[in-house]
Design a binder for this molecule. Sequence first.
Ligand code: 26Q
Length: 808
Amino acid sequence: MQPISVEQFKDDYIKKFEQLYAYNYKEGTQREKFSALGFLVKNYYMGDWKDTVDEYRDEKKKQMFYFSMEYLPGRMLRSNLLNLGLTEVVEEGLQELGLNLDNITLGEVDPALGNGGLGRLASCFMDSIASKGLPGHGNGIRYQYGLFKQKFIDGHQIELPENWLRNGNVWEVRKENKAVVIRFGGEVYMVPDDHGELHPHYHHTQNILAVPYDTAQVGYQNDTVNNLRLWAAEIPYGDEYLFRTEEDRDGVKQITEVLYPDDSSYEGRLLRLKQEYFLSSAGIQSIVRYYQTLNEDWSLFADKVAIHVNDTHPALAVPELMRLLLDDVRLTWDQAWEITKKTISYTNHTILQEAMEKWPIDMVKDLLPRIYQIIEEINRRYVEKKLPLYGEDLTYRTAIIGNGQIRMANLAIIGSHSVNGVARLHTTILINETLNDFYLIYPGKFNNKTNGITQRRWMQISNRGLTEMLDDVIGTSWKKEPDELVMLKAYKDDEKVLQRLEDVKIENKKRFASYVKDEMGIVIDPNAIFDVQIKRLHAYKRQLLNVLHILDRYLQIKDNPEIDMPKRVFIFGAKAAPSYHYAKQIIKLINAVAKMVNNDEEINDLIKVVFIENYGVSLAELIIPAADVSEQISLAGKEASGTSNMKLMANGALTMATMDGATVEIFESVGEGNIYIFGLGNDEVQEYYANGTYNSHDLYDNNPRLKRVLNLLIDGTIPDIQQEGADIFDSLVKFNDEYFLLKDFDSYIRAQYKLDEDFKDRTLWNQMALMNIAHAGRFSADYTIMRYAKEIWKIFPRGDMGRTFLPQ
Ligand code: 26Q
C-alpha cells in the first residue's frame, strides 16, 4: 500500500468513525473506536488483497491451501498494523486525536477458533506464508462459538459459551457468490449413461449451503495479502421450505455452531464427522471450481494446487477430491488417484493413541454414502496391490478400513505424497514406532518439519521493550531474517546490554504483575522468579509434576522459614477439555495449593502460585514477555513439538525441560549451559514400557522426601480437595503413575535448585537469557514455512519465479 501521513490518517479515522456511527469519535465506546480503526485498516489493504489474488490467477501460480479445523489468530489489529508498516503513524495519529492504541486494541475480541498448539501453529503459518510472499491460503470453519471461556468457581473449572461474533467481525468479508452446496445422507445409485459410464444419482440427501467468510492475511511489509477462508453452514436459498421445523433448522446451524473443546482424545460423534466433511467438501469444491475457471488441463492440477491437511481432521479431503475428479470432471480412477496423491500432504501432530481418529463404518456410510464408496474402493485397491508385496499382517494393519472402522491416519497417509512430524524427535518416533508399518511401505513419504513461531507477534508485538533494545543493539535485520538474532551473542559480556535486558524483563514483569493484582487481587514481586507453564492441561504434559515441586518447596520453607532461596511465582495458564475429569481435578488441586500457599504468612512470600483464568493467545502475549522460566516438562516421547517453548525462549526465559519434542532442538541450539534438562529420555521410557518394571509404589515407599509431598494430597493439609487429592494420589501411587512423574521427581527438584543458584547471579542469568534470545531465530515459522514450500508444496515466493529454489 501507499504510505500515509499522520494527517491523512487522522482525517480518514474521523471520517470512518462518523460514517459508521454518525457521532463524534470522542463519544465512542472502546469497541466502536476499535471497529472504526479496524474498518479503516481493512480499507488500506483491500487494494493489495485484490492485487495479490489477481496476480496468482493471472500468472497461474501454484497455490497452497491449508486445511485446518482450528485457527488461533489472536487479535489482528496490531498484527495488521505492523505488517502494513502503519504502527507508528497510527499510534501518533491516535494520540493527536486524544486516543490510545493500546486501549483501542482491547476493543477487539480474540477469536478462539482452536484448542491449542495445532490451531496456533496454523495461524503462525498463515502469517509466515504471507510474510514470505508465498501463494498460500487457509480453509477452516467459522464457528459461531469459539473455545469456551474458562472461569474458576471454588477452584473448579467452569465453561461458559464464547459468543465471539456477537458484536460483528470487522475483518471478515462474506462471499455469498462463492457459496457451495454440501450433501449429507440419503442414498446414492450409480446409473449408467448412454456410453455405459456410471454416474452417481443422489436421493433424499440433505443439502446444506457452505458460505465462505474471507479474512485477509497481510504479509510483513511486502504488499502480499493472502486469504483465510472460514466456512459457515446455512440453509440453501429457496430451500427454506425443506427445513420446516425448528429442529431441522437447528440441525443446519449446529454444523458450524461450536468448536469441539478437546485436543487429545478422539470422540466418535456424528456432529464432529459432519464438521470434518463440511470443511473438506467446501474447501475442495471451491478449489476445483477455481481450477475450472483457469481452463488448464486436469493433468496439471497438482502443478497448480497443493492441499495440506493439518492432522487427520480434514482428511476427508482425500475422498472428496477423488469424488469431484471422478464424478464431476469425469477422469478415470487412475488419473484421479494420481492427481489426488500428488496434491495432498499431511502433518501428524500426535502420537497419543487415544487421539487417533477412527470413524465407525456405518456412520460414514449413512452420512456420506458416496464418500464411503470411494474410501472402500481406495482401500480395496490398496489391499489388492500391497498384499502380494507385504503379506497379510502388514497390509491389513495399514489398510484404511479395519475392525469396522475407518482409520483416518491411514487414509491421510495412503492418499498423500508427504507425511511429516513436527519436531525431529517426533518424526523419529513416527518412523520407528507409531507409523513404522507405513514407513516400511512408503519410506519416501516421511519427512520432518520442526514447528516454528512468528517472531512478529511473539516478539515485535508482544515485547516492544525487547524489540527496541534489539534494534538499538544489533539493528533491525532480525525482523526479516530472524537468524540474525545470533548477532546478540557478541554482547554476552557487555554489562550495559545485559542490564538493559534485565530492565526490559522487569518492566514486562511489572506489567504482568499489575494485571494479576487487578484481576486476581494477588500481589507478586517483580523481582521474584516468574516460573511459567502455559499449555493445555493434560496428564502427559505433567502440570502435576510442577505442583509436586511447589509442594516440596512449601515443605522446605515450613521446615526452615529462614531458608535462603530466591522468591518464585509459579504461573499457570491452562484449559482442560470439559469431559477430561482428571485434568479438571488437577486444576482444582492447583487452585487449592495456590490458596494455601498464597495465604500462609509463614511462607513469607517466598513462593506464590497464580493460575491465570481463561488462558489464550492474548494472555500469552502478556505472560510470555514476563517469564523467567519456561516449564517444558512432558514425559519424554509424548509432546510432539510444543511451541510455547519457542515463544518463551525468544523472550529470554530459560527452559526447564525434559528431552521431548522440539525442546531437544532448543537444547542443541542454546547448549547445555543455557538450559535445565532433567528426567528420563525417550529411550529409557520405551525401555520401561518394554520390560514393564516401572513401580511407582516402590518410589513412594523408598523416597521419604517424595512420600512427604505425596502425603500432602491425602492428609488434609491442602484445603478442600478430599476427592481430588485422593484420586490424584491413587493415580500416582496405586495405579502406577502412567507418566512417570515420581521417577522424574528427584532430578526435577535438583534442576530447580540449580536454577535458584543461577538466578541469584544476575550477570550469569542475564547472559543465559541473552543466549536464548540469540538462538531463537532458528525457530521462526518463516524458516519452517519455506521448508514446507520448497520440499512439500513446491510453491514459490512472489516476484521470485523460482530463483530462490534453484541450486545455489
Ligand atoms: C480430534 C477429534 C475429535 C475432537 C477433537 C480432536 C482434536 C482436536 C485438536 C485432536 C487434537 C487436537 C489438537 C492437537 C494439538 O494441538 N497438538 C499439538 O500440536 C502442536 C503443533 O504441532 C504441537 O506443538 C504439540 O506438541 C501438540 O500437542
